[in-house]
Design a protein around this ligand. Structure first.
Ligand SMILES: Nc1nc2c(ncn2[C@@H]2O[C@H](COP(=O)(O)OP(=O)(O)O)[C@@H](O)[C@H]2O)c(=O)[nH]1
Ligand SMILES: [Mg+2]
Ligand SMILES: [Zn+2]
Length: 303
């Protein structure tokens, strides 16, 4: 960790701060588990190292539903896995090709960002590998919703300067599928980082827990980037069926017009969201993502 003067030191983390997964019902959870980006109090040892004594209140944190662990299926445990805390931007890296653009995953991460009130930034990378007509459609879709979208190519050195400018003086959490170019982009923006590229990200298996090990780097006095291992599956944590549509922000203007105020915008008659999809005001791909997520929430509820 880094102290108030910007010096790095190693801090011991007492066991009680180490619990990696927790139940939302556990009222202590915000205070109990240390995560990347936490601000902490510590005692300094004589040898210059420290011991963490307190985790300070977080302004926000970014999490997902933990992937199903062997031995827990069917026991009704709904566990949350925290990636990082005190974040300004979730920078969602996607690629137009190799791997191909995954709008379902993007929409899931957007929902998580919206529900945790963290600003999302979308990066569409590897544009050197694809025809502009293809990626411009995706650009327009997300841009028209109101998201900030950057088109980049690390090989072609396109869009990196603009992205770097946007990340300045913020704490930025990078996430996305493995292979989309997270490490390449970070190296392109901050060559000193010298991250390994083209590595298959391994999620380390420790006992029965699966660890997400994110790395936090101060790239200049005010700018922080956090790199995370590739995400294969992503389900936001703790979202109720009736709240899901609120996080598809372009649905909001229509939702009040639905005939039923309990409308899930699926099968109900008089649904203004469905009507907006039918007449092209809401993009059908986004609506499919919504239905896809609604279905997974319902599956979980069966436990
Ligand atoms: N053509 C092309 N390849 C890229 C670009 N960015 C990254 N790559 C390649 O994609 C592969 C995966 O990159 P990496 O940064 O390790 O992805 P990560 O898993 O998201 O960190 C590497 O072989 C990179 O050289 C790009 O803009 N264009
Ligand atoms: Mg990487
Ligand atoms: Zn509706």
């Amino acid at each position: 960790m880094t102290d108030e003067h910007g010096n790095e030191l190693i801090c011991k983390l007492p066991g009680r701060f180490k619990k990696q997964y927790h139940l939302k019902q556990d009222k202590q959870y915000i205070l109990d588990i240390a995560t990347i980006g936490d601000r902490i109090k510590f005692i300094r040892n004589q040898d210059g190292s420290g011991v963490i004594t307190k985790i300070l209140e977080r302004k926000n944190y970014f999490s997902r539903k933990a992937i199903k662990l062997r031995g827990t299926a069917g026991r009704g445990e709904r566990l949350e896995q925290i990636f990082a805390a005190n974040i300004d931007n979730v920078v969602i890296i996607t690629s137009v090709s190799n791997p191909k653009f995954n709008n379902r995953l993007l929409d899931r991460i957007l929902v998580a960002a919206e529900s945790s009130k963290i600003n999302p930034i979308i990066v569409i990378n590897k544009i050197d590998l694809q025809d502009p007509e293809i990626y411009e459609e995706w650009y327009d879709l997300y841009h028209d919703i109101g998201y900030q979208v950057f088109l980049t190519s690390v090989t072609g050195n396109i869009g990196l300067f603009e992205l770097k400018d946007r990340l300045k003086e913020n704490v930025n959490l990078f996430c996305g599928q493995s292979g989309v170019g997270k490490s390449s982009i970070l190296n392109g923006l901050y060559p000193k980082l010298n991250l390994k590229v083209g590595e298959v990200n391994t999620v380390t298996q420790k006992g029965r827990h699966t660890t997400v090990s994110a790395v936090l780097k101060h790239v200049d006095d005010e700018t922080v980037v956090i790199d995370t291992p590739g995400i294969r599956e992503f389900a936001p944590y703790g979202i109720e069926k009736n709240d899901l549509a609120h996080y598809f922000i372009e649905f909001l203007p229509y939702m009040n017009e639905c005939r039923f105020n309990t409308c899930t915008h699926y099968h109900e008659p008089g649904c203004a969201v469905v009507e907006a999809v039918d007449n092209g005001e809401i993009d059908v791909q986004r609506y499919y993502s919504y239905l896809n997520m609604l279905e997974t929430i319902e599956e979980d509820a069966v436990y």
